[in-house]
Design a protein around this ligand. Structure first.
Ligand SMILES: [Mg+2]
Length: 409
């Protein structure tokens, strides 16, 4: 890390609110009130929280079974069985274990790990209790997965004279939510506070576990600068490599870049530039249930090169597997979508018997669909994968994996 980086890192501590010590540290000492030149009372100031439970399934296990505390707890399939990990405690993460990883790999990395069968009903019940806490603060809640939600608190802070003051005046609410989760549920959450979903999400990831990070509007551009381009949701390894090959490693590099990003990332360019400057006008999606998960990749240059297509498929498969794991879901339908040079679009899907959870399976089925119907008959503009008919794979899988073991009713 270079010196200029160290300087920026040091500045970062201004933003970190160590929630563990909230009773000792007042936000004012971290956020001296800056008079805002544009006092806009007529404008609606947006205040979005992203609340993310820390290692949720594993933390519930550690709470309910004290003998697991301080130990590497790995929730998912048994290490000698087919299937994936859906959560790992922080102790297990030190061994390189992460969600969506095949259980066999996890078993090799952490042979002494405590592998536990997911108790989906317990997690769902816990999730309901946590969402009920949120409902005491706002009706505008987008539940992203069992343990993650966006909350829109804009209407609570409309007396604020500017966007930063609006965000800061919502901090006591964020502390309150954290405290209630801790005292009532004996679990910890990390919260990001920002003027949009993108910033709130970056904030909750920034200081985990048990973090609270506010990204002021007036400082968001500086805040984002040192972060890797990979922090931007949607920038997977393939896109990141394309950007990095062009010398764009950090979000700051994108901010400074005079390159036409369109030649690098195609139709993504505009959104990428907006995110780099901390802009995101997506509203909360208040629909409760998730019925499908998909990913798409638009190529900067139309291509039929197998290596490029395979790389894109791998990246999208990994993305989807991550989302499935976060939702503790598997899919019975896998679909591919291709768009040709003339914009004609074709989709093909396959239905499987056993729910698909792992990236490798999604990848294999997508390749199978492309090959079976010879879909790559010319250069592609776009390639996409979707999964649907979401089910809980654990019920079926675990019955096999833990056969003979006593199950709690
Ligand atoms: Mg989480």
């Amino acid at each position: 890390m270079g010196n200029e980086d160290n300087q920026t890192r040091a500045d970062f501590f201004l933003y970190k609110l160590f929630a563990k010590h909230t009773s000792l540290v007042s936000s004012q000492s971290f956020h001296p009130r800056i008079p805002h030149p544009l006092s806009t009372t007529s404008r609606m100031h947006r205040v979005i929280f992203h609340v993310d439970m820390d290692a949720f399934f594993a933390s519930v296990e550690q709470r309910d079974f004290p003998q697991y505390r301080g130990k590497p707890v790995i929730v998912g399939s048994a290490p000698d069985k087919r299937g994936v990990i859906c959560a790992a405690s922080y102790e297990a993460r030190r061994f390189g274990i992460h969600s969506a990883m095949p259980s066999r790999t996890a078993g090799k990395l952490c042979p002494h790990g405590i592998f536990v069968r997911p108790r989906m009903e317990a997690y769902r019940e816990e999730s309901r209790a946590i969402m009920a806490i949120f409902e005491a603060y706002t009706p505008l809640i987008q539940q992203v997965s069992v343990d993650e939600a966006y909350l829109d608190l804009s209407s609570c802070v409309q007396k604020a004279s500017g966007p930063d003051e609006a965000l800061r005046s919502a901090l006591p609410l964020a502390r309150d939510i954290k405290e209630r989760i801790q005292t009532e549920r004996r679990l910890t959450a990390s919260i990001g506070v920002g003027a949009n979903k993108f910033l709130a999400k970056i904030g909750s990831d920034f200081q985990k576990p048990n973090g609270l990070t506010l990204i002021p509007e007036s400082e968001k551009i500086m805040f984002l600068r040192p972060l890797s381009v990979r922090t931007i949701h949607g920038v997977g390894p393939v896109t990141a490599q394309q950007l990095e090959a062009a010398g764009l490693r950090t979000i700051g590099d994108i901010q400074n870049s005079k390159l036409p990003l369109e030649t690098l990332v195609g139709s993504w360019a505009e959104r990428l530039r907006q995110r780099a400057f901390g802009e995101d006008d997506r509203s909360l999606d208040l629909e409760r249930e998730r019925k499908s998960i998909s990913a798409e990749h638009t190529f900067a240059v139309d291509t039929e090169e197998r290596q490029v297509l395979r790389a894109a498929l791998k990246e999208m498969s990994a993305d989807i597997a991550q989302t499935l794991a976060r939702n503790a879901a598997g899919a019975l339908t896998v679909q591919v979508k291709v768009r040709y040079r003339d914009f004609s679009t074709v989709t093909r899907q396959v239905r499987v018997q056993d729910p698909v959870t792992a990236a490798a399976e999604i990848y294999r089925l997508s390749c199978h669909l492309l090959a079976r119907d010879k879909l790559v008959s010319g250069a592609l503009r776009l390639l996409g994968i979707g999964v649907s008919t979401l089910v809980e794979p654990w019920v079926a899988q675990m019955r096999l994996a833990f056969a003979g073991e006593k199950t709690e009713g």
